[in-house]
Ligand binder design. Structure first.
Ligand SMILES: [Zn+2]
Length: 137
């Protein structure tokens, strides 16, 4: 997994190649990057390899050098309706390019789920990170 700095993300959006290997879904990268920009550092864009191209993912930084693939979702807490940006690791498609999918899946399901910061209840999705929805720029 290639973990991108902000500047790398911007250049991939403009020119979807890294070392002459194609990066697919640059529009998706742009959309995700816009959503997570206020949190870039906690969340990163990563590129996994599949055959002869790069597939983009959003990664949650667990610790220095440890990342968890996540799906970013806009949710409303099922208890208090507060809107959040949620990071959900329990999406099977996230692991499509991982050599040991079953192990990656077990790790994903073992991640600690977070409570809604507003009401303290389970927000209704398998969220391992929640952030306020902030407009970038
Ligand atoms: Zn809540």
């Amino acid at each position: 997994m290639l973990v991108l700095e902000k500047a790398d993300v911007l250049s991939v959006i403009k020119w979807p190649y890294v070392d002459s290997m194609k990066v697919v879904q640059p529009d998706w990268i742009k959309e995700m990057f816009t959503a997570i920009t206020p949190y870039y550092g906690q969340l990163r864009i990563g590129l996994g390899t599949l055959r002869d191209f790069y597939l983009p993912y959003v990664l949650l930084v667990i610790s220095d050098g440890e990342f968890q693939r996540v799906q970013i979702e806009k949710i409303n807490c099922t208890h208090c309706q507060s809107p959040w940006l949620s990071a959900n690791p329990a999406i099977w498609d996230l692991y499509i390019s991982v050599p040991n999918k079953d192990e990656a899946w077990e790790v994903a399901l073992s991640r600690t789920q977070v409570k809604c910061p507003h009401c303290g209840q389970d927000p209704g999705r398998r969220s391992i990170w929640l952030g306020r929805i902030l407009e970038a720029g």
